[in-house]
Design a binder for this molecule. Structure first.
Ligand code: IVH
Length: 665
């Protein structure tokens, strides 16, 4: 291919992929199959490698994240990033409308939008191309996080349309959906790493990560709500949002033009309820004077525009009595303080316990025995103590401090970052029970019938003290335990025996080495192929694997330096677990090449996870919702009726488990 031809091809691929990205992420109306997208992206990657002279930081290939940086540059905002005045009740809003109505003679309207609870970001585009993304910082200067911003799929790298000014700034909010927040927090907890209090903290933390590849995996979103520049093609906020959408941005999910307080109120009341089912956290609504010329007349105070006002939804917060503080020890030994409370109803559920997060947070709260504390739900889900009513404190009440020894096994605690750890990983009861729970869990050894209660029972009866003891259990040990009979005892033993066939990567994950999550275990197993080789590897050899960092390597070395862990592994080897990978004996077949499946209902031969693995193993893909690009709806027992009717409407084949088994025969 000549240089000229390559250039043309690169340009056309970039355009096609940008278009597909926009349709998929912004319009949610995909028109290119994932398979085609991946193929074209690969083709583009190859061409860009072959012809590095055509590198473009805004190419769709750059979404995966470039090289890590060591720090972020501080840059002055061309237009300062102001904040919004806030009101907490309708009267404040009314007063504001009266105030500004007196300042201008003309009639004006309002644009009413959702107030997203994320982190603001200002994006500069020159000749349609993203050149710089800055955080708010102190409003005058912000951090240059362009490389991280480029990984956000809903932030266009190149704008669409023919009316984009030479230079334009698109400001908005970086968000993380509640679903992703939960997923990431779960993964963090599994790896024994810091969890985040809410989606906003997670989005803020992610935007400041030094490695854009990790940012890409977190799946941030960007919603644009503000346009700035010299020669804008619109003269009011409502049209600006429409325009931003045409240019390729994701804009507020709902916004209206309103002419009076009643219409604004309707929007507030509507979203005050709908927000709880919304995929993103919102903390209020924003009312903006719609017309730019009136905005200009109203102007700005030092901190905020006079033409806009935020109305904050009331966060449900209740006062209750603190009964005591527990210190919970997790699987990795991390100690978390938890408040026991006099029960109260909060945002729909009865709350008896609330997290205190860590020592720093406890110090900030300055808790004393018998205090009355304010409780809120973080991100509407996890109850947390947010304050203390000091006026209700009894004279002479003692302060509550963090502990310095493990509350269970009395081992001195060690501080790492903001958290304390009990390092007695081999005999501290809650750690062991949690390790066993992790070991048997579905994504690890997938042993059925061993829930937390049974594990506790086995532990209390002295039948298991570690994961290796599971493989010495006999039906006779189990059948007389409370709640178990001969049949369930036999089922458990069968399931334990069956787990000996689980692959090395699963065994490695199941060991519960700190920071070694599912993904890391996969990469490490693939690279070293046996536990013996991994045990002999140096930290440098481990970090040489792409995607494995120092923290993981260090944790692996620490794990293997404990003779008790070596003993455990030797016993598991004796029991017949897989400590080597036999990848080549199980080659990937391609019977379902590129075919897209939606799975619904329950199945006889597979769990949902197993079915997904099986489809992928055969070269197919599993997607979550039925669209015109779906090839099959694989329906088990009691499939979702909406999925079935959608598939029928779109003329998509609905197949049974038996049909599927035939397909892969
Ligand atoms: S307009 C000059 N619109 O709220 C005013 N802000 O508390 C520019 N926010 O810093 C902001 N949703 O991060 C605007 N629809 C929306 C918003 C919004 C969320 C955030 C933004 C701002 C903060 C002020």
């Amino acid at each position: 291919m000549t240089k000229e031809e390559a250039k043309k091809k690169i340009e056309s691929l970039r355009k096609e992929l940008q278009e597909a990205n926009y349709k998929y992420y912004v319009l949610a109306q995909p028109d290119m199959s994932d398979y085609d997208f991946d193929r074209k992206l690969e083709e583009l990657q190859k061409l860009e490698q072959e012809f590095p002279e055509f590198f473009d930081p805004n190419s769709p290939t750059q979404r995966v994240g470039g090289e890590p940086t060591t720090e972020f540059k501080t840059v002055k905002h061309k237009y300062p990033m102001l904040s919004l005045d806030k009101s907490y009740n309708i009267q404040d809003l009314k007063d504001w409308i009266n105030r500004i109505s007196k300042l201008v003679d003309e009639k004006f309207s309002f644009c009413v939008e959702l107030k997203y609870d994320g982190v603001s970001l200002s994006n500069q585009y020159i000749d349609k191309k993203l050149v710089q993304s800055l955080t708010r910082g102190d409003g005058i200067t912000g951090d240059d996080v362009t490389n991280n911003a480029r990984t956000i799929r809903t932030l266009p790298l190149v704008l669409r349309g023919n009316d984009v000014p030479h230079e334009v700034f698109a400001r908005g909010e970086v968000l993380i959906s509640r679903k992703n927040f939960e997923r990431i927090n779960k993964e963090q907890a599994q790896k024994g790493e810091t969890t985040y209090m809410n989606a906003r903290n997670l989005a803020a933390g992610t935007l400041k990560l030094l490695d854009p590849k990790i940012v890409a995996k977190r799946q941030l979103d960007f919603v644009a709500y503000f346009m700035l520049g010299e020669k804008l093609p619109v003269d009011n906020q409502y049209d600006a949002l429409k325009k931003l959408e045409q240019w390729g941005f994701f804009v507020p999910h709902d916004y209206i033009k309103a002419t009076n307080l009643d219409e604004i109120m309707d929007f507030i009341l509507d979203w005050g309820v709908k927000r709880f089912d919304f995929p993103y956290d919102t903390d209020g609504i924003v009312v903006k004077v719609n017309e730019f010329d009136i905005q200009e007349k109203l102007g700005y105070t030092a901190k905020s525009p006079r033409w806009a006002m935020a109305y904050k939804f009331p966060a449900e917060r209740k006062l209750t009595k603190l009964l005591s503080v527990d210190f919970q020890v997790g699987r990795t030994g991390k100690v978390t303080p938890v408040a026991n409370l006099a029960p109260i109803k909060l945002a729909g559920t009865i709350v008896k316990r609330a997290t205190l997060h860590n020592e720093d947070n406890m110090k900030k709260l300055d808790l004393h025995e018998g205090d009355y504390v304010y409780v809120e739900k973080a991100g509407e889900i996890i109850p947390q103590v947010v304050g203390v009513d000091k006026s209700k404190r009894q004279p002479g009440a003692k302060p509550i401090t963090f502990i310095d020894h493990c509350p269970v096994c009395n081992t001195p605690l060690i501080k790492q970052g903001a958290d304390y750890f009990c390092v007695n990983t081999t005999t501290c009861e809650p750690q062991i029970k949690a390790q066993i729970e992790h070991f048997v869990s579905r994504k690890a050894m997938d042993i059925d019938g061993l829930g937390p209660e049974i594990i506790n029972l086995l532990y209390q009866n002295g039948l298991i003290h570690n994961i290796a003891d599971l493989y010495d259990l006999k039906v006779d040990d189990l059948k007389n335990l409370e709640g178990l009979g001969e049949k369930s005892a036999q089922n458990i033993i069968n399931s334990i025996q069956k787990s000996k066939n689980q692959s090395f990567e699963r065994v490695l994950y199941a060991l519960g080495i700190r920071h070694v999550g599912e993904n890391a275990a996969k990469l490490i197993a693939k690279h070293f192929k046996s536990i013996d080789r991994l045990m002999q590897a140096s930290a440098e050899e481990i970090t040489a694997i792409k995607g494995i960092g120092e923290k993981i390597a260090e944790s692996i070395k620490t794990y293997f330096s404990n003779p008790k862990n070596i003993e455990l592994i030797n016993r598991l080897k004796q029991a017949g677990l897989q400590f080597e990978s036999h990848e080549d004996e199980n080659p990937v077949v391609d019977k379902l090449h590129g075919k897209k499946f939606v799975i619904s209902g329950t199945f006889e031969h597979f769990s949902r996870d197993e079915l997904k693995q099986n489809i992928e193993h055969n070269g197919g893909k599993v997607v979550s919702s039925v669209s015109k690009n779906t090839d099959y709806l694989l329906a088990g027992d009691k499939p979702g009726p909406s999925k079935v009717s959608k598939a029928q409407n779109l003329n998509i084949s609905i197949i049974s488990e038996a049909d599927y088994l035939n397909m892969i025969k």
